[in-house]
Design a protein around this ligand. Sequence first.
Ligand code: GLC
Length: 362
Amino acid sequence: MRAFSQHAIRVDGAIACCHILFMEKALRDMVKLSSGLMCALSLSACVALGADTIRRPALPSPINRCMNLSDGLEAAYEGEWNYTVRLADIDMLAEAGFDTIRVPIRWSGHAGRSKPYTLEPVFLARVDKIINYALSKDLNVIINVHHYAELSSDPVRHGPRLQGIWKQLATHYKDYPDKLIFEVVNEPHDAMSMQRVDALNASIVRHIRKSQPQRWIILATGDWGSLNGLLSSSPPPGLRNILSWHYYEPFAFTHKQTWDGKAPPPPSRLWGSEDELARAKADFQKAAAFRDRMGHPLLLGEFGVFRDVPVAERAKWVRTVREEAEKNQFGWCHWGFSSNFRAYDADKEAWIEPIRAALLDD
Ligand code: GLC
C-alpha cells in the first residue's frame, strides 16, 4: 500500500507548504482521516521543518528512453512529410531498448470546426492501431496534440476546441492501460501566455481525472516548451502529472537549416566548446531544481539535431544532452526517429549508428 506526499501551494507569490497525504483508497477508508485534518497535520510538520528543507518525492515517471515518431501523424496527412508510421519501426524501437514512443498527432486537422468538434473515425482508428501495437510490445505510448497553431494565435476561440478534442480522447481511451500517456498540447506560444497554459493544463487535467485518476498526463509548457516556459509555469498538483520541456540549444546549431525552409541556413557550426558544455549543464541544473521544487517528474520531451549537421557533431550533442538528462533523472525523448532530425535512415533501412549509440550506449 502506498502513501504519497506532497504539494506546494502558491499563496500571494510565496510558496506556502502543505503536505497533502494521498493514500490509496483502501488505506484512506481504513484511516478515515478527512483531507482537512491531514492537511492541518502536515502543514504543522511543514512549518516545523521549514519550507526550504522539504523535498517532494514524486512517483517515478515510467518514461526513461523514448523516441518521437516525428513527421508522421503530425503532418496534414500521414506521408506528406515522407514518413508513414510502420509497425516494424515500433518493433525496432522496442528491440533497440526504448521503453516509450511519443506519437505527435495533428488532431486539430481531423476534428470538426464547431461543437462537439467530432474527431474523424478513420483517423482515430489509425491512431488506435499504432497505440494497440505499441502496447502489445510493452511500450509506453505518449499521444499529444501537435501543431495546433491556431490555438497559439487565437486561444479564446480554440481553447474550447482543444477541450472538446480532449473530451473525446478521454472517453475513447478511458479503459486503456496506464501505459497510454496523454500530453495536453505541444509547444504552445505567442498568445498562449504562461497563465493561459497553466489554466489550460488545470482544466484539461481536471476533466481527464474524472474518468482516469491513474493516467499519467504530461503538462504543456509555454514559450515553445522551452526552459523559460518550464521555469515560468505553475503546474497543477497531481501525482501522475509530468512536467515537460524541450531542449534545442544552441538553436542555430541544432536547426542548421531552418525547418520551415524559408530563411537561409545559418553557417555550419561545430559544437562543444567549454562555454557551450557549461551552458548545457547549467540549463539542466535549473530544470532539475524546478522539478525538485514542484515535485513532479520531468520529461525532456524533445531534443535532437537537424540531419544536415555533420553526424559526429550531432552525436556529440545528442550524447551530451542525453547524459545530462540521465544525470538529473529526467526521462528523455529523442526528436526523432526517421524524420528531419533522424536517428534511423529509412533509405538504407539502418540505424544511423553514431546517433543510436549516443542515445543508448554507455
Ligand atoms: C517542434 C515542432 C516540430 C519540429 C521540432 C524541431 O516539435 O513542432 O515540427 O520539427 O520542434 O524543430
